[in-house]
Design a protein around this ligand. Sequence first.
Ligand SMILES: Cc1ncc(COP(=O)(O)O)c(C=O)c1O
Length: 366
Amino acid sequence: MRPLVADIDLDALRHNYQLACRCAPKSRSVAVIKADAYGHGALACAQALERDAPAFAVACIEEAITLRQGGVTTPIVLLEGIFSADELALVDVHGFWIAVHSQWQIDALLAATPSQPIPVWLKVDSGMHRLGFAIEEAAAIWRKLSAAPNVTALHLMSHFATADLQDSRYFNQQMARLQGLANELDAPLCLANSPATLAWPVAHGDWNRPGVMLYGSDPLEVANDITQQLQPVMTLRSEVIAMRELEEGEPVGYSGRWRAPRRSRIAVVACGYGDGYDRHARDGTPVLVNGQRCAIAGKVSMDMLTVDVTDVPDAVIGSEVVLWGRASNGVILPVDEVARYCDTISYTLLTGVLPRAPRRYHGRSA
Ligand SMILES: Cc1ncc(COP(=O)(O)O)c(C=O)c1O
């Protein structure tokens, strides 16, 4: 069998979730498990968190129904709400909570005849300029929804554009707009994503919405004491399937991007962009071979990548290779570090791992 697997440590997931809760002891934390739990498998992650998390968040009703069909009974909030009015019938049947960000969603909600009122999170645009009502119009909409018989558990929701940055100016502007509105309406709040959960207690609301930190990735521009306690959940693991000895100057892989600067040993690893590993990985991108840091040498191919193991004499066919996560000897290669070498963020690497890399679940929660 091809040796590539994505090992998922469900105990680490629970540890990270509990850390998010400890960051914000006065809030409840909805565990964001959209996009198949950032590539980790939404159903398995929901089952692992079910005892702790009072609610889950997904992007759309399809993701929520998959969880219900898997037996998850915890409340689930649809972060983008409904995509068409007929989804409201399913929202009602399954007891989902919905965000509303557009007037047509409100019209559909008020015209519907659900069997019971639907919990609603009113999304306001405090500066992200993606989804939500303008701050200036939000108060009137809030009052209308508060009075609507179809609506219950109304919350104000917003999303931060820069909570990950050290420069707090734009975050403070968003926060000031939200605080003004929240004071006027005396509204319960749901604002904080992972970076705001980790770094901005002022943004902690009745609910927070941590996502990427649950999977062990540090979203902050500059790590802090708490992010250093995060544990990697996914380990993308494979093996060396062939070894090459190269003379100085000989190239490796497509277009010969990497040339041996000395006599070199190259390990060929079963993992490529056809598995979701980022083809933009530069020469020098770190990889663990037998738990030792090595560097990618040459362009990533569809099914394979190549690593300079000249300084790892015990690297042989069958040696363990960790693309990110925790090696068998305990050494950790953070997905955030790999992302920097690929000019991307951990979110794209984690959500990008394809089904071709089977998920294998571990931990007491598995
Ligand atoms: C509306 C909303 N809330 C929360 C999150 C979670 O963000 P993060 O993964 O940065 O914690 C996201 C993620 O994209 C989101 O879109």
